[in-house]
Design a protein around this ligand. Structure first.
Ligand code: CA
Length: 235
């Protein structure tokens, strides 16, 4: 028998959880429902799941806290997290992506939309499991150990910035438009605005410190990572 993808639904409202579970079951997924972070943790300890649907507003620990916790745990780190949120404003989306969520879906959503997002995170997640490392100039990134160093010094880079940097480094010197970056780094995100890219590029530069100048803005075109930015050559 074919193994059905297991989806953990962390949602405190039974009516919503039930509706999601029924739809998932009808579409070839195996739903598991937890009404709070504690019971979700027990499920995760017992069995490895394929996707987590995580409600933002939960009774004790919020979805944001849980996403952060599960991202920090090497066992749960590879599981895609799709956040369910009633809020639609940008700072929350950025906060959730920083916490390690792979995508968002804003309530109320259609079944088709939810299924499409689940399939998309499952597709996207798979190739990222391959660990590799890349070095551009004095900047080095190791996707296996999740480490970034500049001139041998370790840098602290958030999860979204790490993905962005990984992409830039694998495709250095080339200019990438905001929409290309959304597509390649975030996935098929029609719901994320292009200025989200600017927010994360800004954070990436800050995280890179002296190496931040390697991430160049190409006016009217987008961004690129270059091994020899003028500012570094002058230094
Ligand atoms: Ca809720």
């Amino acid at each position: 028998m074919k193994k059905l993808p297991r989806v953990l639904i962390v949602e405190d409202e039974p009516a919503i959880a039930e509706l999601i579970a029924v739809n998932l079951r009808h579409n070839g997924f195996q739903p598991i429902w937890s009404e709070d972070g504690e019971s979700a943790q027990r499920e995760l300890d017992a069995v490895l799941l394929d996707v987590i649907l995580l409600d933002w507003m939960l009774p004790s620990q919020s979805g944001l806290v849980l996403a952060r916790k599960w991202r920090a745990d090497s066992r749960t780190k590879p599981i895609p997290i799709l956040m369910l949120t009633a809020r639609g404003d940008e700072p929350d989306k950025v906060a959730g992506l920083d916490a390690g969520a792979d995508d968002y879906i804003t309530k109320p959503f259609s079944t088709q939309e939810l299924l499409a997002r689940i399939r998309a995170v499952l597709r996207r997640r798979a190739p990222e499991q391959v660990s590799d490392s890349v070095t551009i100039g004095d900047l080095a990134l190791d996707a296996g150990t999740y480490r970034v160093t500049f001139q041998g010094q370790p840098l602290k880079v958030g999860p979204t910035e790490f993905k962005l940097l990984h992409f830039f480094m694998k495709h250095s010197e080339r200019v990438h438009s905001r929409s290309q970056l959304l597509d390649k780094v975030w996935g098929d995100h029609v719901f994320i605005e292009e200025r989200t890219v600017d927010v994360h590029v800004k954070r990436l530069r800050e995280a890179l410190g002296a190496a931040g100048v390697m991430v160049e803005t190409v006016r009217g075109a987008g961004y690129r990572l270059t091994a020899q930015p003028p500012a570094l050559l002058r230094a």
